[in-house]
Design a protein around this ligand. Sequence first.
Ligand code: HEC
Length: 319
Amino acid sequence: MRNMTPWWIRVPLLFFIILVLMEYVIDSGKEPAIMVYPVARYFMLLVLLLLIAIELILHSVENVMFQTLSEDAKARYLASKSTPWQWQWGKNFWKKLTGNKPIEEEAEIILDHNYDGIRELDNNLPPWWVWMFYATIIFGVVYLARFHIFNGADQKLEYEQEVAEAQAEIAEYKKNAKDLVDANSVELLTDASNLDAGKKIFESNCVACHMPDGGGGIGPNLTDNYWILGGGIKNVFHTISEGGRDGKGMIAWKQTLKPIEIAQVASYVLEDINGKTPANPKAPEGELWVDPNTPKNQMPNQIQDSTTRVKDSVSVALK
Ligand code: HEC
């Protein structure tokens, strides 16, 4: 039993180890489990009580065994008990680290100089310092070889690599998370399944004001190329998501529709409604929309196209 860790180290240490283990095993999000789950608190209380109980039992076992010892052994036992506890391993380690001579041996390393009674010890360099010094030399050589001889990746290159990696990850994430469109990232959807879904959304939410063929009623005509709030998929997505001007009656549909649904219905409006000739078209409102992304050499066709559409709808209106 000599030199055993005393109970006031043993109990808190075991308690702490069990606490860390518990936190490691229980997944409680950002907060520690002991804060989140009351059960965890009771468990740790139980652990503490158990540890104390074990200490008490050990103590009484020791007592009982002590009674069975011969007088001689009793005395030896008490003597060993009365030497104060020392952390031998820690002490040895510290001695290795500092390389100090104990005070009793200082006479061996004292120098001859005597400056007005002040004398000098020829201590070794502390090993911790020497080790660190060697480590910096090794580091320096490796560094020099890596960055100045073999032109290894410097900060700039590392930064660029990490950005490229992150961008690839973002692209991958966006590909898998279709729900994650907004007015900036939305693209016109042209496949039949998305347009069908858009049609259903349009029929159940929008026809009351825009008419099933998009000719307009309370809301403006969606078939012409004149837009109050801007044409093109990004503007139309934005209008549907955020709503029209205050008091006009077009609500912000982001409350009811998911981003992907807004993209579907916006695509449906642009692909299947816009450009068709409705039964009762409302007069065009807003401004003629020219896609700013259209390459310059295609511009005239685009405008021509839309003017013929306008002419069509005007002639229909006149009929
Ligand atoms: C309660 C009537 C109402 C409903 C329902 C409604 N809208 Fe509108 N919508 C309007 C009005 C009114 C405007 C004009 C807003 C303005 O002038 O600011 C408008 C404008 C728009 C515009 C912009 C037109 C332009 O010229 O810029 C689009 C696109 C649109 N609605 C699509 C939809 C879609 C898609 C739905 C269904 C999800 C829908 N609306 C449901 C009334 C409605």
